[in-house]
Design a protein around this ligand. Structure first.
Ligand code: PLP
Length: 253
């Protein structure tokens, strides 16, 4: 059968049986932006909305084979990467990405669930920084992930955030979106940081709603807009608008 020509986002990540996060959330979000998805599952998890009961890692070769088949079947215009589970899976994903340097890749560096369960082996963080980040267009850590990735204390102010961001940027991603959503204060600030441009701040009133899977949603929405050939800046604006609207809907009830 011929290659499917509509732009697709290739989603690389774990399944979450509760539907709150992971690939189900990604597909929902990318579809809402009118973009099609194809899929490479990295891990199968058993979860409710409160707990992660089991994680089954998939073989790295199986992950790479899914990615290559998805890329053969469709016109993939962006790649969204979420839960990677093990260092060996990261190496396999990086090998495929390096064959497709022109397709923008957005990495949500998922380290743990909100309930505190590790979703990436601790010894895989170095592999993620060295092997995968140099191949990524955008990496979207929250402040806890940022501190862990650069082996520091949680940033206490903007200077700390920028200092930690610059240390992470040195690993080679083209840009970072540093997400301040879990900090405190009336405003929630995200900072877009890239080596060749001034940092750009995105301020929004802090919502009252809480929702699982917002990290998955934001990275997926950004990837969907990149797949539609929007700029990185506009894709971030659209992605943030989508997540804020979903948070508003969930707090309204
Ligand atoms: N499960 C999977 C498969 C995920 O990809 C993620 C986050 O990306 C989570 C769980 C964590 O989601 P939450 O922080 O909403 O618990």
């Amino acid at each position: 059968m011929a290659l499917r020509q509509e732009p697709h986002v290739l989603v690389v990540g774990g399944s979450d049986s509760s539907g709150g996060a992971g690939v189900a959330r990604d597909i929902e979000t990318i579809s809402a932006a009118g973009v099609r998805t194809c899929l490479a599952v990295t891990a199968v998890t058993v979860q409710t909305h409160d707990a992660v009961m089991a994680i089954h890692h998939l073989q790295p070769g199986l992950v790479a084979d899914q990615m290559r088949a998805a890329l053969r079947a469709n016109r993939v215009s962006a790649i969204k990467i979420g839960m990677l589970s093990t260092g060996r899976v990261i190496v396999a994903v990086a090998a495929v990405l390096s064959e497709f340097p022109r397709i923008p890749a957005v990495l949500d560096p998922v380290l743990a669930s909100s309930s505190g369960k590790a979703l990436l082996e601790a010894n895989a963080i170095g592999v993620m920084k060295r092997n995968l980040m140099p191949l990524c267009h955008l990496v979207t850590p929250n402040l806890v992930e940022l501190a862990t990735l650069v082996d520091s204390e949680l940033a206490g102010n903007d200077d700390d955030i920028l200092r930690q961001g610059k240390r992470l940027l040195a690993f080679g991603p083209q840009a970072l979106l540093l997400k301040g959503g879990h900090a405190t204060g009336p405003q929630s600030t995200d900072i877009l940081l890239s080596s060749n441009q001034k940092s750009i701040r995105f301020e929004a009133p802090r919502g009252t709603g809480t929702m699982r899977g917002t990290g998955c949603m934001l990275a997926s929405a950004i990837a969907a807009h990149l797949a539609n050939a929007r700029s990185l800046h506009d894709s971030v604006v659209e992605g943030k608008r989508f997540v804020l609207n979903r948070l508003k809907e969930s707090s309204a009830g």
